[in-house]
Design a protein around this ligand. Structure first.
Ligand SMILES: [Zn+2]
Length: 309
């Protein structure tokens, strides 16, 4: 199995005590390296602005880059959510995170592979012209648009099990029947979107979870409200916004998944991909802020993604 990552993704610094920190990616990578998973690490290329502009106007991205400070850190949002930060090394981290998905899209489509993008910053909160929630470019959305443009793919599904709603992904595809977006998320919680009556053009499937939701309840709701809809949609490729912050140990949310639940959830997604999508799945790291939970959950996720021969 291929994993795209890059050292540049470790250089993004959001300030002391910020939950989105390089140690997240370090613990994921060291956990993979010390596991018995057979993986091939590839260097994520820098995304070309031409391809990023399939989702975000070039001007908007250039404006974000223009805020990058020579030293220290600056926020791109106003209070109370002034936690989407830029540091001097941000540009390449942002472009590598997006480039990983573009490179993965090519290989996955041509070779029917399943690929994981171990990158940061994450992407699912980034809207067309608004960076927020630690996200600047919507990595999963750019990969989807790239696949559609390059390979004339009609139907792509994005499944998002991060504990936060992917407001950016929903906004980008809200009126687009060619992309189905299914998300499970604690509600109410940041970013505040993702009510179940937000259905787009029949392509948006939001499953809201009450604080305190258990493993068992999560699996049932996810199956009923997300997976059934995606199965019916019959996608040609499945992209995953893989956030691990619905774990019981996560400091930013209140859902009680165990590490091995991420095996079950991923396996159920892979089953749909095997039925409709030639097994193609590309997974993108989104959230997950407890290092121990992250390093365990990622192995469960990859064990379910790996090819079974
Ligand atoms: Zn999250």
């Amino acid at each position: 199995m291929i994993i795209y990552t890059h050292d540049d993704c470790l250089k993004k610094f959001n300030g002391n005590n910020h939950p989105e920190r390089k140690e997240r990616l370090e613990s994921i990578l060291s956990s993979i390296k010390s596991s018995n998973l057979k993986v091939e690490f590839k260097e994520a290329p820098l995304a070309e602005l031409e391809i990023v502009s399939l989702v975000h106007p070039k001007k908007h991205i250039e404006q974000i880059f223009s805020y990058i400070p020579k030293e220290g850190i600056v926020g791109v949002e106003n209070e109370p959510y002034a936690d989407t930060m830029l540091c001097p090394d941000s540009k390449n981290a942002i472009l590598r995170s997006c480039g990983a998905g573009i490179a993965a899209a090519k290989i996955s489509w041509v070779k029917n592979e399943r690929i994981f993008c171990a990158v940061r910053p994450p992407g699912h909160h980034a809207e067309t012209i608004r960076a927020n929630g630690f996200c600047f470019i919507n990595n999963v959305a750019v990969a989807a648009r790239y696949l559609q443009k390059q390979y004339e793919i009609n139907k792509i599904a994005i499944i998002d099990f991060d504990v936060h709603h992917g407001n950016g992904t929903q906004e980008i595809f809200y009126k687009d029947q060619s992309v189905a977006y299914g998300s499970s998320h604690e509600f109410p919680l940041f970013p505040g979107t993702g009510a179940e009556n937000e259905t787009g053009v029949g392509n948006i499937f939001n499953a809201t979870l009450k604080a305190g939701t258990s493993s068992k309840e999560f699996i049932a709701i996810f199956d009923q409200k997300v997976l059934k809809a995606i199965d019916k949609f019959k996608p040609e490729v499945i992209l995953i916004s893989a956030g691990f912050d619905a774990h019981k140990s996560d400091p930013l949310a209140n859902i009680y998944l165990e590490s091995d639940d991420f095996f079950k959830i991923t396996k159920n997604i892979v089953d749909i991909a095997n039925t409709h999508s030639n097994g193609r799945v590309i997974s993108f790291l989104e959230g997950g802020y407890d290092l121990q939970a992250l390093s365990e959950s990622i192995i469960e996720h990859l064990n379910a993604l790996k090819p079974h021969v």
